[in-house]
Write a protein that binds this ligand. Structure first.
Ligand code: F6R
Length: 243
């Protein structure tokens, strides 16, 4: 694995956007695996800025998001479909038919997850998967203890994740308790994996995930075994690592 140290959130975002940008320049029809959450928003902002300058073209790119809440339709303001449009897709030229997010509105979990795996296989797999990391080490919605062998599946979210996601929902609004997520197997099959992390609240989990043992208890730790994994993190998030 490669660790790239960034000064701060802005620097982390620019470095991550540079790596994504290089991928799209090298392969204009790249398949990008994308993530929601607070961390990658700055990366998307930077990519939008470069798109506006004419430096990057997404017209042949396919995007396949990591996860979606089960029970939320696309047009729900808290759905990840909505989030991705608000933070990225509405501002660049990714073709709508090349955008994929698990179908949260499909109550048939098995069918929804199977269909999503087919989307990934049909696209020829993921060239570059962007990830954030939860404070308990989750990637996508793969919670501590999940089997590493899983492809897209339905998960019961932990209390910690539900609590942490509360900030994206209105006061008193209920946070969904289940989600469809790519599994660790799906993520590990991506040809490149790029994780972004910032802030001191991620320091402890980065230490555990990347300087501790590979264990399902810390889902992100499996990335130590990925042949092309890059972590771009700011100084606060890297503060506990020995490096
Ligand atoms: C997002 C996702 C999650 C987040 C993680 C970190 O699609 O799957 O695993 O990456 O919860 O979230 P932030 O970036 O908000 O700290």
């Amino acid at each position: 694995m490669k660790i790239i140290r960034a000064k701060d959130y802005y620097d982390m975002s620019r470095k991550a956007a540079n790596i994504i940008s290089a991928q799209v320049i090298m392969k204009p029809n790249a398949v990008l695996g994308l993530a929601t959450g607070g961390t990658p928003v700055g990366t998307y902002k930077q990519l939008i800025e470069w798109y506006n300058k004419g430096d990057i073209d997404f017209s042949s790119v396919t995007t396949i998001n990591l996860d979606e809440y089960r029970g939320l339709p696309r047009d729900h303001e808290q759905s990840y479909w909505y989030f991705m449009h608000e933070n990225f897709f509405n501002f660049v030229n990714v073709q709508e038919e090349n955008i994929f997010v698990p179908d949260g509105a499909n109550p048939d979990s098995e069918a929804a997850c199977k269909a999503y795996d087919q989307v990934i296989h049909k696209a020829g797999g993921i060239d570059l998967q962007l990830l954030g990391i939860g404070t308990d080490g989750h990637i996508g919605f793969n919670e501590p203890g999940s089997a590493f062998e899983l492809e897209t599946h339905c998960v019961d979210l932990t209390d910690e994740t539900i609590k942490s996601n509360q900030r994206f929902f209105g006061e008193g609004e209920e946070v969904p308790k289940q989600a469809y997520t790519m599994g660790i197997k799906t993520i590990m099959q991506a040809r490149k994996v790029l994780m972004v992390a910032n802030g001191e609240d991620k320091a402890e989990i980065l230490k555990k995930a990347f300087e501790g043992p590979v264990t399902p208890a810390v889902q992100a730790s499996i990335l130590q075994m990925h042949p092309d994994f890059t972590l771009v993190a700011d100084e606060a998030a890297l503060s506990l690592l020995d490096l």
